[in-house]
Write a protein that binds this ligand. Structure first.
Ligand SMILES: C[S@@+](CC[C@H](N)C(=O)[O-])C[C@H]1O[C@@H](n2cnc3c(N)ncnc32)[C@H](O)[C@@H]1O
Length: 255
């Protein structure tokens, strides 16, 4: 995706003032917001993996981008015609997203809101497409957020998360006796590693699930994995309603 900008003097100064950037947005005059990103041209590189798994034409669709950062994915969905609600709890990143949105001409197509992933329970609308990318492992309560985000999904949910390496387990037993607890340590058993301190110097990295755990958690939210278009990316559709509505209502102070 190439983003068009209006250009203008002092653009590089504005980029520097709004930094540091996590999203490398490409501006038409050759400027980039994070050209030295340690993950390469990010997230354009990741979007290439996901792009073909989503419809080219999203006109008439409503999308929710949870943890939108500087807005790269929101702009990519808007380019396909979607109307996007983009949320993040960090004002630093929202300021970048606002600046980029206004400069790149996405005003009116991308609404930006300061809201936590846990706050999506307060949104009444359900969305055709929900992106939950790069957020799960930053949360102290990942399954609560996944339940809430999944609840807002009428159509497709895309989850991307850091994962633990290792084999995957396709099936989990319907029951397990207490004497069989050793199986919980088998490679591939759905598991998450807890990070008490830092990972990659970041104290907001709390949990790292393995791929089996991502899939198992998604199933328990009522979603069905329909595609895995790239590394650590899951595309899901709703299979059934939540079995945990009462718990979610209590956690959200609803009803
Ligand atoms: C690793 S970045 C991922 C950004 C983008 N979704 C992507 O995949 O490139 C994590 C983003 O999630 C946001 N975030 C972390 N915890 C959040 C929370 N509880 N509620 C909303 N946003 C959160 C951060 O501020 C940051 O913008």
């Amino acid at each position: 995706m190439t983003l068009e900008s209006n250009g203008g003097p002092g653009l590089d100064g504005e980029i520097a003032r709004l930094g540091p950037w996590f999203h490398n947005l490409h501006l038409a005059d050759g400027l980039q917001t994070a050209p030295d990103h340690p993950l390469g041209d990010f997230p354009a590189r990741k979007w290439k993996e996901l792009a073909t798994a989503l419809p080219d034409d999203l006109r008439g669709c409503r999308a929710l981008d949870v943890g939108c950062n500087a807005g790269f994915y929101s702009f990519a969905l808007a380019d396909r015609g979607a109307e996007v609600l983009a949320i993040d709890h960090d004002e630093h990143y929202l300021a970048q997203a606002r600046w980029a949105r206004d400069r790149l001409g996405y005003n009116g197509r991308v609404e930006l809101r300061c809201l936590s992933a846990y706050g999506v329970g307060g949104i009444e609308e359900r969305f055709d497409i929900v992106l939950f990318m790069g957020v799960l492992y930053h949360l102290r309560h990942p399954l609560l957020a996944l339940d809430l985000v999944s609840e807002r999904t009428a159509g497709t949910l895309v989850v991307q998360t850091l994962t633990m390496p290792g084999p995957e387990q396709e099936e989990v037993p319907a029951d397990l006796s207490l004497r069989e607890r050793g199986r919980l340590t088998e490679p591939g058993w759905p598991a998450m590693a807890f990070i008490e301190h830092h990972m990659a110097g970041d104290h907001t990295n709390w949990w790292v699930p393995n791929a089996s755990a991502v899939e198992a958690m998604l199933r328990t939210t009522g979603m069905r994995v329909v595609d895995r278009p790239g590394h650590e990316i899951w595309v899901c559709e709703r299979e059934r309603g939540s079995h945990h509505r009462e718990e979610l209502d209590r956690a959200n102070g609803r009803g």
